[in-house]
Design a protein. Structure first.
Length: 501
């Protein structure tokens, strides 16, 4: 009797087929299913659809005769076509919808999740010990490093500090249009990529499946070999310069020194342990400073792991949280990634990056796109869905905590200590995006008022009581009394409800 193991499209690395405790049978046959219904339900970025399908088909080609690869309308139909009523194992999927499907199939036996550093039951025990208070990422991050012996010198953190954020928040170099970092790894396309692109064309033409964004040459790894090459390229040539400017933005240099490994990690092509271990090895060998290595380790072992765990720990109700009562719809220019409809240089630059590549780094996501959505009072569920659909590394587990909690503060502070938004002064300080803009970052009213500056004060006015009660945001509430022209600011801000900024 054949043993079958089902690989979802984000379980593509060898660790998802490794036998042993909690793994599939050593000689199990593999089933993979392309479910077209996934692309009917959401209007994904076309570059994302191309990357996922390319990665799945490349993995199937690697597995050869071991895999039965099915293209079907739904997962349920595809599984029946592949194996009938035969028993199947599958590693814990990464979304609640997929887990619900797996639980509904009597023939499927669930194996533990792979592709993460901490077992879910260990996180739950850690979180339960903290009671009903906030779960702080910094506390979790230190616990993970101590538990795994990651970037440690005995019982002490490497470099003497847990947190090197102070060294990793430098402004971009004055007068520089780029950081001058070595180029990141970029893959070469092949016949599988061409086949996928032709199929996406056919879906749009014949099946009514619609996408958003542009699908140029593939920019991100679709195979394990490519992902490992991307990791090596980052660690050997880009990691050393990553830390200081990881929070900065440059219009002509959207990649800067960032790793571009998130899509490879989230497709399962890389295991997070090999990524952080490679970074730590670079520090111990003297090839990268501790602040850059700590910044990268924090992103993977701290933030990525934290978001994954919170997705499951907070439960399905978290999706419906809307503590600020924001219900405005997303405007058409945002939904369509229409960068040409926008005047504000920061927004048009970043929206074009998303349109053309399906990616920007974490600061444009949080402090430009997310901050603007928060200031405008857009519905957090719609904002979360937009980030899920429009980013190549976006999955339900990634975006639900990141957007609902971190970006939109819709959970009322379960995840973060304050709403993350700012006026134009922050953007001006941390980027070159205000240069040549039609708006002035210091102006909060009038024709040249910065949308982020008016938006910041309008947000503070709307939620004054909430901000006043939080010691981290009380100064913003107090600042309203010193404006002098609040009514003019609010009148200026209302224009952005009617037109693109």
């Amino acid at each position: 009797m054949t043993d079958w193991h089902w690989l979802f499209g984000d379980q593509l690395g060898p660790h998802f087929l490794a036998p042993g405790t909690g793994g599939p049978a050593r000689d199990s046959q593999v089933v993979m299913i392309e479910a077209r219904s996934v692309f009917r339900r959401r209007r994904f970025h076309r570059a994302k659809a191309h990357l996922v399908l390319s990665a799945m088909r490349h993995r199937a080609a690697e597995l050869g005769d071991r895999v039965r690869y099915i293209r079907a309308e739904t997962y349920r139909e595809g599984l029946y076509e592949a194996v009938g009523d035969a028993s199947v194992t599958v590693h814990h999927p990464t979304s609640r919808a997929a887990l619900g499907l797996v639980h509904s199939l009597e023939q499927v036996r669930l194996l533990p999740a792979r592709g993460f550093l901490v077992p879910q039951e260990a996180f739950s025990a850690w979180a339960d010990e903290r009671g009903t208070g906030r779960l702080r990422q910094e506390d979790f991050y230190r616990w993970v490093r101590q538990s795994l012996g990651l970037l440690m010198d005995g019982d002490s953190p490497a470099g003497g500090r847990w947190n090197h954020d102070h060294e990793n928040r430098e402004r971009p170099p004055r007068g520089a249009s780029t950081l001058g970092a070595p180029d990141p790894y970029r893959p070469d396309e092949d016949d599988i990529d061409a086949e996928v692109r032709a199929e996406l064309d056919r879906w749009e033409k014949e099946d009514g499946i619609r996408f958003v964004g542009r699908d140029g040459p593939r920019l991100f790894p679709a195979t394990r070999t490519e992902a490992r090459a991307a990791l090596r390229r980052f660690v050997e040539h880009r990691l050393a310069g990553f830390g200081p400017h990881e929070d900065a933005m440059l219009a002509a240099d959207p990649v800067m020194s960032h790793s571009l490994l998130s899509s490879s990690l989230n497709l399962g092509l890389l295991d997070p342990w090999e990524a952080v271990a490679a970074a730590e090895e670079a520090w111990r060998a003297g090839r990268a400073p501790v602040n850059s290595v700590e910044g990268f380790v924090r992103q993977v072992a701290g933030w990525r792991e934290y978001v994954w765990q919170l997705y499951w720990y907070f439960g399905e109700d978290y999706r419906h949280r809307n503590a600020l009562g924001h219900h405005a719809p997303l405007p058409e220019w945002f939904l369509e990634l229409d960068a040409d409809a926008v005047t504000a240089r920061c927004l048009t630059t970043v929206l074009a990056q998303v349109r053309d590549t399906g990616w920007t780094h974490h600061i444009p996501r949080l402090m430009l796109l997310g901050s603007h959505a928060l200031q405008r009072g857009w519905d957090p569920r719609l904002v979360t869905d937009w980030f899920h659909r429009c980013f190549v590394d976006g999955y339900d587990w990634v975006m639900l905590p990141n957007v609902t909690g971190m970006s939109q503060y819709a959970d009322g502070g379960r995840m973060t200590t304050k709403p993350y938004t700012s006026g134009g002064a922050y953007i001006h300080r941390m980027s070159d995006l205000c240069g040549g803009c039609a708006y002035r970052p210091g102006d909060r009213a009038g024709d040249r008022a910065c949308p982020f500056t008016t938006g910041y004060w309008s947000f503070a006015h709307r939620h004054r009581d909430l901000l006043a009660a939080n010691q981290r945001t009380a100064r913003a509430a107090q600042g309203l009394d010193r404006l002098g022209n609040l009514e003019e600011v609010l009148a200026t801000d209302r224009r952005w409800d009617e037109e693109a900024p």
